[in-house]
Design a protein around this ligand. Structure first.
Ligand code: GDP
Length: 205
């Protein structure tokens, strides 16, 4: 699919107040993982701001996307996790609320979980991945910055993950590089698939 239009909808502090009238694909990952760069590549236009102050915001940023192959959908840019910015109680409350949003099939079609292939596994990533697996949230693991490592690194990274969490082989993994445009077409194809699935599920209800 090709994204033909992208429009900023709004930035929401309270996940309970987020729009729910369209399927959403949520992008999540640690601060500095390369999320904004990948979102911009995915949309083929600059919509997300890159190199923000890490962990500065606690907002869910919604974009309305139109593609040539799917019904309109939302792309949700979640705040990067892993940085201890702001009071702990506030951070925890936001994480709880954001996970509630991600766990709700009516409000998210699927999640793009980003992990930087060029840094060792971090507890915050493992914890997030465990949660996605346990709560049966449909997601793709997108390894970012693959241009920084050799060809065998993505497979090695995944092999390590298998020893660290109860990995499920049905979860898709895509090696990406926003710098080299690697993995962007497969990521769009994956999105097309999950959006079609979300639409089928809605029709059945
Ligand atoms: P965010 O904080 O997760 O939104 O990450 P950004 O997209 O702002 O990127 C964080 C840093 O990583 C910036 O310095 C980017 O230039 C760099 N970066 C992002 N994607 C890539 C990539 O695919 N390859 C390389 N080498 N650097 C990247």
């Amino acid at each position: 699919m090709r994204i033909v239009q992208a429009r900023f909808v709004g930035a929401f502090m309270d996940p309970a107040k987020c729009p729910a009238d369209r399927p959403a694909i949520a992008f999540t990952g640690r601060s500095n993982v390369g999320k904004s760069s990948l979102v911009n590549r995915f949309c083929n236009r600059v919509i997300a701001r890159t190199s923000k102050t890490p962990g500065r915001t606690r907002q869910l940023v919604y974009f309305d996307l139109e593609s040539d192959r799917t019904k309109p959908f939302y792309l949700v840019d979640l705040p990067g996790y892993g940085y201890a910015a702001g009071p702990e109680a506030e951070r925890k409350a936001f994480t709880r609320a954001a996970r509630k949003l991600l766990a709700d099939p009516a409000r998210r079609a699927a999640v793009v979980q980003l992990v930087d292939v060029s840094v060792p596994w971090q507890d915050s990533d493992l914890e997030m991945i465990e949660w996605l697996l346990e709560d049966d949230v449909p997601f793709v693991l997108a390894l970012t910055k693959c241009d920084r490592v050799n060809r065998s690194a993505p497979a090695r990274k995944l092999a390590e993950l298998r020893t660290l969490v109860s990995w499920r082989e049905d979860v898709d993994v895509i090696a990406t590089s926003a710098k080299d445009n690697e993995g962007i077409v497969p990521l769009r194809k994956w999105a097309e698939g999950v959006l079609a699935e979300a639409q089928r599920a809605t029709r059945k209800e």
